[in-house]
Design a binder for this molecule. Sequence first.
Ligand SMILES: Nc1ncnc2c1ncn2[C@@H]1O[C@H](COP(=O)(O)OP(=O)(O)OP(=O)(O)O)[C@@H](O)[C@H]1O
Ligand SMILES: Nc1nc2c(c(=O)[nH]1)N=C(CO)CN2
Length: 199
Amino acid sequence: MTPNSDPTVQPVPASVVHTVDAADATLHNPRRAVVALGSNLGNRMERLQSAVDALADTPGLRVKAISPVYETEPWGVEPGSQRAYYNAVVLVKTTLPPSSLLERGQAIEEALDRVRGAQRYEPRPIDVDIVTYQDVVSDDPVLTLPHPRAHERAFVLVPWHDVDPEAEVPGRGAVAELLAEVGREGVTPRTDMELTMPD
Ligand SMILES: Nc1ncnc2c1ncn2[C@@H]1O[C@H](COP(=O)(O)OP(=O)(O)OP(=O)(O)O)[C@@H](O)[C@H]1O
Ligand SMILES: Nc1nc2c(c(=O)[nH]1)N=C(CO)CN2
């Protein structure tokens, strides 16, 4: 049969070819993302591990590294007003676009009993923040990249530096340098605890 002899076969518009090719490229081209986890309500370690398990269980996402766990002083609230957080950072590779990664993080928060209160920085059983997605820089308030406060948070920089000492915060500089500026105060390693990669 000659290419156009079947009248039911329509030519594929160039825009569709382009979109499909782009999606295909994404499938073969996973992106690096950094996800920060925090918990200061309920069983903090159990929540962090459940969040790691749920991330690892996400189609199109692979967990590449899990940082040590740190016990950290609550940031951004009156000293002594909240229980300490446990924090960790997870490096992932994913074919999900940034918006889907954010949605997945929020679905994990909900599944682990996170209820959004009226006040900022309320205690929470789990927080899943997208710290970076490849080198993307965006000021969209729904998903700001890199996370707008990550560069000033020792509870993010310390565990991130452990798993990727060469890391950079796009537009802000090297994690090692940012960490030297911020310092490690209030961020204590919990060497008695370890998050594990699910089987
Ligand atoms: N990089 C990001 N990661 C996660 N959420 C983000 C990001 N950028 C913007 N957001 C938006 O921030 C909103 C509030 O998120 P959340 O309640 O987790 O904030 P928070 O953890 O209390 O504070 P912070 O953002 O300072 O860590 C979310 O609904 C989300 O749309
Ligand atoms: N130590 C610590 N402090 C915080 C944290 C956190 O994860 N760790 N998360 C916050 C809101 O995202 C506010 N303050």
